[in-house]
Each structure stands twice: as C-alpha cells, then as structure tokens.
Design a protein around this ligand. Sequence first.
Ligand SMILES: [Zn+2]
Length: 203
Amino acid sequence: MRFQASGRVVLPGDKLCVVEEFMPVSGAKALKNGAVVATVAGIAEYDIKKHLVSVKPLESSIKIRPGDLVLCQVREVQDRLIICDILAAADYKVKTNWTAAVLHRGGTPIFTVGDIIVARVLDEYSGIYTLTVKGRGLGVFQAFCDICGAPLTPRDRTLLCLRCRRRYSNRPLVPYYGKVNTLLKMFGGLLSPEGGGLLWRSR
Ligand SMILES: [Zn+2]
C-alpha cells in the first residue's frame, strides 16, 4: 500500500476522486461516469468531514528559502538525481506550490519512488530547489520497497520489507518515522482551516 498526500497541484482535467467520495464545490466538476475532475489549475483540497472537494486556483507562488524544512515525495529516480515534489514547507501557513525539486546524492539511489521525505532546502536556481537529507531530523518519513512497493518497517536502525524480506540500511530516517500526527504538527500549515486537511490516500 502506498500513500499520497492531497494538497497537490492539479491541472484542468486531472481526476480528483469519484462523486461517491467527494462532491465537487469549486474548481471541479463531476463527469457522467462519476469521476470528479479539476476545471482549473490549482491545489486540490478535500474536506473529509463534509465530503467535498475543491480546487483553489494558484495565486502568486510562495518562495521557499534556503534553510527551510520541506516535506517532499520522490517522483523520479534518475542516474544522478532524485526528483521530488514538495508537498509542504514547515512554518508556512499556506501550502506551497507543487514544486519539482532535486535531491543530490552520490552512489546508489537511497530513495525510491513514492518515498516521503523531510529535507532541508540548500539553494534555489531558476525555480529548482536543491535539497539535502543530511542533518538532524532529516530523512525519510515513509519509505517503500524498491522491489515490491510495500511500505517499509523500521527494524534495528534499518528498514525491512515484511513482504519480500529485503533490508535497507542506507536510507536516513526521521525519528518519527511513519508517525503521521508528529508530521502534521511539524507541517501544520497543511491543516490550516482553509486547507481542508491533509488526506493520505491509498494509491
Ligand atoms: Zn518488498
């Protein structure tokens, strides 16, 4: 099982959910087949209590600065780079844009697609952020198995796949690995009243 956070940036036509899950309010519409899609580019927001979904149009982009703590998810692992999407930045009330970011690494890849990571911004060049996971409190919050995609379980300072028994020892972990409540406290902006809450969905 994999998880994905809402509050992601969507484009017109992107599927958000089905009407049985969430009814569209603004910036979204229901299709005849029951799928709910975005009608504007913006940030998808789900109201879990009321079962409503809306897309807030993107306004002026929020600049993340070097030193900022960010929550990101690995989108692509390339030969020399790991491409992440920034899901949120700590201490920012408003959710950030869904920004592509680059995590430097050397040697073999230490993260896999879908991994949710707490990282720090090193610098920014032409809108591309460079991140690091070296430092206290930085590392993967939820990691997945390279081979079978199952969520990894921490075991003796390593990560273990309970499904295929593969062990990973090279991924730095945050001390609160897998503890969503602690994560939400750190990235509280995700839970702003207008934010509609953070939703972890099964992929
Ligand atoms: Zn596995």
